[in-house]
Ligand binder design. Structure first.
Ligand code: GUN
Length: 295
C-alpha cells in the first residue's frame, strides 16, 4: 500500500481563499481591517524565515501587518514595554512573539504579558487553560492546523488511538488536548510519548494516528508503525544544502519507508507547515471580529 498524501499546502490554500473573501467583506461592510504584529528578537535565520512568511501571508490576505525586529540584546523590560504598547493599540488584533527567545529573556513572563484577547498564538496561560477545560478560545496554530488536516483527509478521529511523540507546549501538549476534547473532530484516546518513554515502538505501533513532533530527522521508521496508520509529521529538519544553497528539509518520519505502510501521511515540506500560518490568519480575523463586536 502506498499512502494517500495529506497535502497541507492545498488545504491551506482553500482556507486562505475563504479568509481573503471574509476579510474583504469585513472591510466593505464594517470598515474592519484585522491587524497582526510580529515581534522577532535576535537574528535566528529560521525564525526570520517564519516571521517573513507570516508577514507576507498577512499582506496577501488583506490583513494589516506590522513587524518589529529587535536586537538580540533587547532587555526583558523593553520587550514587555513594547507588548504593553501593542496591547493598547486598536489597530492591532493579534500579537505574535516569535519563539524561541534569546536565553536571557523569560519566555513565560513575555507570553503572560500579551493580552489573552490578542493572543493569536494561543500560548497565554489563560488560553492554554481554556483549552484544557474544554472551552477553547484561541488554540495554538500548529496543533489547530493538524486537527484540520485530519478532518480534511477524512480520518476517523473519534475513538482512534492517537499517539503523540513530543511534549512541547507548542505542539505535543496542545494537540493532545485538542484531540482529547469531547467535541466533533476529537474524542480520541491520546498517549503522549517523550524522550523518557521506556518503549517508544510499543506505543507508536499501537497508533491509528501518529503525530510526530520530536525534532529528530527520520526518527520514526517503518518497523515502528502499523499497517494503515495515519501519520502527521511536524518535523522540519535541515539536513543539507543543494549546490545552489537551497535548504534540504526532512521530517521526523522516514517518509520513503513509512509511506509504504501508512494509509495517509503528510509530506515535509508542504504538509503541516502551511497550515500553521493559515491558522494564525484565522485566529487574527477572529480576534478582529470579537474586538468589533461581530461575533
Ligand atoms: N516557534 C515555532 N513555532 C511557533 C509558533 O507557532 N508561534 C511562535 N510565536 N513561535 C513559534
Amino acid at each position: 500500500m502506498t499512502a494517500q498524501l495529506i497535502k497541507g499546502a492545498e488545504v491551506a490554500r482553500e482556507i486562505r481563499e475563504e479568509l481573503k473573501k471574509e476579510i474583504a467583506e469585513l472591510k466593505a461592510k464594517h470598515n474592519v481591517v484585522p491587524g497582526l504584529v510580529t515581534v522577532l528578537v535576535g537574528a535566528d535565520p529560521a525564525s526570520q524565515v517564519y516571521v517573513g512568511a507570516k508577514e507576507k501571508t498577512s499582506q496577501e490576505l488583506g490583513i494589516y501587518s506590522e513587524r518589529y525586529d529587535l536586537p538580540e540584546k533587547t532587555s526583558q523590560k523593553e520587550l514587555i514595554a513594547l507588548i504593553d504598547k501593542l496591547n493598547k493599540d486598536p489597530k492591532i488584533n493579534g500579537i505574535l512573539v516569535q519563539l524561541p527567545l534569546p536565553k536571557h529573556l523569560n519566555e513565560g513572563e513575555v507570553l503572560y504579558a500579551i493580552d489573552p484577547k490578542k493572543d493569536v498564538d494561543g500560548f497565554h496561560p489563560v488560553n492554554v487553560g481554556k483549552l484544557m477545560i474544554g472551552q477553547p478560545d484561541y488554540m495554538p496554530c500548529t496543533p489547530a492546523g493538524i486537527q484540520q488536516l485530519l478532518i480534511h483527509s477524512g480520518t476517523q478521529i473519534e475513538g482512534a488511538e492517537v499517539v503523540v511523540v513530543g511534549r512541547s507546549n507548542i505542539v505535543g501538549k496542545p494537540i493532545a488536548n485538542i484531540l482529547l476534547q469531547k467535541a466533533p473532530g476529537a474524542n480520541a484516546t491520546v498517549t503522549i510519548c517523550h524522550t523518557r518513554t521506556r518503549d517508544m515502538t510499543f506505543h507508536t505501533r499501537r497508533a491509528d494516528i501518529l503525530i510526530v513532533a520530536a525534532g529528530k530527522p527520520k526518527y520514526i521508521t517503518a518497523d515502528m508503525v502499523k499497517e494503515g496508520v495515519v501519520v502527521i509529521d511536524v518535523g522540519v529538519n535541515e539536513i543539507g544544502r543543494t549546490a545552489e544553497g537551497k535548504r534540504i528539509l526532512c521530517g521526523d518520519v522516514d517518509f520513503e519507508t513509512v509511506k509504504e505502510k501508512a494509509k495517509a501521511i503528510t509530506p515535509v515540506p508542504g504538509g503541516v507547515g502551511p497550515m500553521t500560518i493559515t491558522m494564525l490568519m484565522m485566529n487574527t480575523v477572529r480576534a478582529a471580529k470579537v474586538a468589533a463586536g461581530l461575533t
